[in-house]
Design a protein around this ligand. Sequence first.
Ligand code: URA
Length: 240
Amino acid sequence: MERLQKVIANNGYCSRRKAEELIQNGNVKVNGNIITELGVKVSDKDEITINGNVLNKEQKEYYLLYKPRGIITSTKDEKNRKTVVDLIPTKTRIYPVGRLDYDTSGILLLTNDGALTNALIHPSNMIDKVYVAKVKGFVLANHLKLLSSGIMIDGKKTSKGKVKLKKYDKKANTSIVELTIHEGRNHQVKKMFEAIGYEVLKLKRERIGFLDLSGLKSGEYRRLSPKEVKILYNDVIKKN
Ligand code: URA
């Protein structure tokens, strides 16, 4: 049994807040009865209607995409550019979990499971995300330390992470740095480097928790197995 507003939001109909509004305004019925209280719990067997339309309790779908550079992480774009959702042929209304910048490549999860999405993007979620950044110049040891111990961006210190200098190309004067962080702030990695005076030339996310890009080429995707979904759920529930 779950709260009515949560069931509505988790089925991708709208946000939890909007669902609460719909309930309080008398737009929602459960088994034919108008419900205006927020505490009511419902099960899978209950029929929920919103403004007379039956809430479609969709099968959950979970995808792992190797996002290429030059694609927007969104469900639609006002300029009609291709989005990550266009790379996965499904009739289900899936959406990306968090975001990668237009010019960032790498692992991205997409689903219609609102509960898992919310848990994964919650700031308290400690799931590691591993990024590999190519930056201009040689990244000094004290700067690597700053990146891992926490650095001020947008007036707030980033939480502790792990940082490794993987390679320095003397000829091109570029460094390859691996960063493991668990937050997902806007342009976080680029801003972290910017804060200590380095420009990120290329960025790729290689891992989210136990999931990586093995077996996929850029632009390819695969479904998560039920076992992988279960492990993800366990990981976020444990850590939230
Ligand atoms: N950090 C960034 O700066 N960009 C991304 O796309 C992801 C993390």
